[in-house]
Design a protein around this ligand. Structure first.
Ligand SMILES: O=P(O)(O)OC[C@H](O)CO
Length: 786
């Protein structure tokens, strides 16, 4: 989307019409690298020209009748049933605790009177337990419920209008996307919009609501973690639409909190039935790495269920992409290094806001992507399943009662879902995350951090970095939205200013040329990786493919003759993609990964990173191979790749392109830090030999090991020190049944599976398998001089 299409109203211009208030990016010129305004908050505080539109907004927004959902849920029969269930569960526990083995249950003994006498003797009263559970239901709903208020929304909008310019140089949205949302609501009146942003900052909650309110789109009820239920701010968020949910739904392992689950399920279902729009963060928490986290299905499952059981006729899922040039929340370096998160508190919030108001975080960008109708999504999945003859995978709407399955550790991961819909929810959630990530705009800081980490870890002259930025922009054009424009040299300077001297240094060399370098510390590389990782998913497939290609190239004297079969490459790359299954979503559920790899291979041939056999001999610079690959890519659509593969037996082999080793290296560098983390986890497994360990201890062990490798220089990627990636690798090893994870009194204990406990060879084979994804930059292929 060209930048010209973005609404370009200035922060400091007074809103002429209410609909334009929310988009402040200065003028078109300001978009091209506006210096931070440093506006004083509350300048022209009582300017009626500014205030009036907000007063008008309160009046206008009365058309959205914000019915409080809590009272409706109180009287729901399903909640009453859950209260009874919870009371019976507690009764059983109390009987067990007091009677031990002499447990009598009504159903078992058949003698209710005897049981009640026994209960009375032991001071157990079912009625008292029931009353307690009723009280608990009331308090859960009170803790949870939003108090969405139009007056507060308008007042906060006005405050934000005054405050945001103090620390952001603009908030960019696209007016066409806003129009699209309005059209969608007009076309399907009463169908709730479900906003699903990828979560980067606590500011996301506020900004999405702010943009919507200022554009007369009904503000959503927002699922917020109860970690944000802090004095003053908790109440404020609640008034702006937040409803609070527990991060861990079942605090006691193995015991389901039936009452809480029912309350959450009913609250959300009734909110949808009342026509409320809803917003939730499908990743659960904020990304710590800068790339999307794997989706958690909990909240989505309630929404999909409400559709499947006919509670609502449809809902429109709106993937929202949010990005910041500089993250207002600070950074996640401590957590990546294995330290515990400092919980949110009133003091922390105040000091955070104070610090933010005195800083410059550049632009914020919000994109509302095309809504999916859940109904249409289910129909399209069903169509594919029918075409594949996979009738078992056809999802049928059905009336049903609430049913719960095993939950994962975070609330957002809790499955309040029918088992038969599990695949459907997983497919939808992966598709939403994939689309959100693909539609996220590349900010200036993302591009510069990416170049520094993949190409210029030891620094580069400003001019060379600018040229590399030009190349990157060209390579992204048409496939990624770029959130900046202007001369690359100016963008380099601007982004370096925003990243700050803690992350990049700018010094003059002996010839007076400006050299830009990442600050050489673990902390700065981890933080730079956060910004760079926004681009990592985009290059992930080509990085896997090219790293795999290099791992398959034989060691030979004549590098130009080294050949790999296309099939072997794709098959091995597919296996390597599986290694990253918890790190990246590489394809949409509707896309075939193998086909995407074939497409990537064509792209690598077009860019001259891989050559083909017969064409290589007479055309050393690969021009002809590029032409052929171009022609192929032009005439093939995804389905045609199946036919191409059918004839692959007589296909020419793939050859090493000796003219482009540097270019190949940059692509392999993209995933190299992740590969180092994974291989270190695999190597560390040996300490589990005859020794189970707390997961947290094992993670610390790996992080320490990575830190010493980085210190010694045996691993050049300080950003490999990543708790998130260690965890993702552990999930993979659990999936492969290499390790077993069991819960003991709420703590996760890991141990080797019997096969790997018994045989060191099996464990070595795992290390070897993972080592295949580590690029071997000393193999000789990368050092070939063109
Ligand atoms: O990123 P977390 O884990 O601090 O959670 C942030 C969420 O917004 C909590 O509601």
């Amino acid at each position: 989307m060209p930048l010209e299409e973005f609404h370009a109203r200035g922060w400091f211009e007074e809103p002429k019409t209410q609909n334009s208030v929310a988009h402040g990016i200065g003028t078109q010129n300001m978009l091209e690298l506006t210096p931070h305004s440093g506006q004083k908050p509350f300048k022209k505080l009582f300017d009626w020209g500014v205030l009036f539109p907000y007063v008008a907004q309160v009046v206008r927004s009365e058309k959205f009748e914000y019915r409080q959902v809590t009272e409706i849920v109180h009287n729901d029969a399903v909640l009453k049933h859950a209260i009874k269930q919870a009371a019976e569960q507690t009764l059983r526990e109390q009987r067990y605790a007091k009677n031990g083995h002499r447990l009598l249950t009504r159903s078992a003994s058949g003698d209710q009177e005897a049981q009640e006498e026994e209960d009375e003797k032991r001071g157990i009263s079912y009625q008292a337990i029931l009353r307690k559970q009723e009280q608990r239901a009331i308090s859960i709903l009170k803790d949870m419920g939003s108090t969405l208020n139009n007056g507060l929304l308008a007042f906060t909008s006005w405050i934000l209008y005054k405050l945001l310019p103090c620390f952001l140089s603009g908030v960019v949205t696209n007016t066409k996307q806003i129009e699209m949302l309005k059209t969608a609501t007009e076309r399907s009146p009463g169908t709730p919009l479900i906003f699903v942003p990828l979560h980067r900052s606590h500011l996301d909650y506020i900004m999405v609501t702010w943009i919507l309110t200022n554009n007369d789109i009904r503000s959503p009820l927002v699922a917020a973690g109860n970690n944000l239920q802090i004095p003053v701010f908790g109440g404020l968020l609640r008034g702006l639409g937040a409803f609070f949910i527990k991060r861990k739904i079942d605090p006691v392992e193995g015991k389901k909190d039936v009452l809480y689950r029912a309350a959450l399920h009913l609250y959300l279902t009734h909110a949808l039935k009342q026509g409320h729009n809803v917003e939730f963060f499908i990743e659960g928490g904020r990304t710590r790495t800068g790339k999307p986290c794997m989706p958690k299905g909990g909240i989505l499952s309630v929404i999909v269920n409400a559709f499947m059981d006919g509670s609502i006729p449809d809902a429109l899922l709106v993937p929202v992409s949010v990005n910041y040039e500089r993250l207002v929340d600070g950074n996640f370096v401590r957590e990546q290094k294995g330290e515990k998160k400092i919980p949110e508190s009133f003091g922390k919030a105040i000091s955070g806001i104070w610090k933010a108001l005195k800083s410059n975080y550049g632009l914020m960008r919000i994109d509302f992507n095309e809504p999916y109708s859940i109904r249409e999504l289910v129909n399209s999945y069903n169509k594919i399943a029918r075409e594949d003859g996979n009738i078992a995978k056809v999802y049928k709407p059905s009336a049903r009662v609430l049913q719960h399955n095993q939950s994962t550790s975070s609330l957002y991961g809790t499955d309040v879902v029918c088992e038969e819909h599990r695949n459907l929810i997983e497919s939808i959630s992966r598709q939403v995350v994939f689309d959100c990530a693909a539609a996220t705009s590349v900010m200036s800081t993302n591009a510069i951090a990416f170049l520094l980490l993949t190409r210029f870890r030891n620094g580069a002259e400003e001019q060379i970095l600018s040229e590399a930025l030009d190349d990157l922009r060209n390579s992204l054009s048409g496939c990624k939205d770029i959130g900046f424009s202007g001369e690359s040299s100016q963008i380099v300077a601007y982004a370096c200013d925003l990243l700050g001297s803690g992350l990049v240094t700018r010094t003059r060399d002996e010839n007076g040329r400006l050299v830009i370098k990442p600050v050489n510390s673990v902390e700065s590389f981890i933080e730079l990786a956060y910004y760079s990782n926004m681009l990592t998913p985009h290059f992930a497939l080509s990085s896997i493919l090219l790293t795999t290609f290099h791992s398959l190239l034989p060691e030979t004297e004549n590098k130009k003759d080294a050949a790999v079969s296309r099939k072997k490459l794709i098959d091995t790359a597919l296996e390597n993609c599986q290694i990253y299954r918890y790190e990246f979503i590489l394809n949409k559920p509707t896309q075939v990964l193998e086909n995407l790899l074939y497409q990537q291979l064509d792209d690598l041939m077009i860019s001259g990173c891989v050559l083909t056999e017969e064409l290589h001999d007479d055309l050393p610079n690969g021009v002809e191979s590029r032409r052929l690959a171009n022609a192929l890519a032009d005439c093939l659509d995804e389905d045609d790749y199946d036919d191409v593969r059918a004839g692959e037996a007589d296909e020419p082999k793939l050859l090493f392109a000796s003219e482009t080793p540097a270019q190949q290296r940059y692509i392999c560098e993209v995933l190299a830090p992740f590969a180092w983390t994974y291989v270190t986890v695999a190597q560390s497994l040996q300490i589990l030999h005859k020794n189970s360990m707390l997961e947290s201890e094992f993670i610390s062990f790996v992080i320490n090991d990575l830190s010493s490798k980085v210190k010694r220089g045996s691993c050049i990627y300080a950003e490999s020190i990543s708790t998130d990636s260690v965890r993702n690798c552990l999930k993979l090893l659990e999936k492969w049944s290499v390790i077993e994870v069991c819960n003991q009194q709420g703590m996760r204990l890991i141990s080797l599976n019997t096969l790997y406990e018994m045989s060191r060879e099996s464990l070595n084979s795992i290390v070897k398998k993972i080592d295949a994804i580590v690029p071997k930059f000393n193999s000789g292929y990368f050092s070939v001089t063109p």
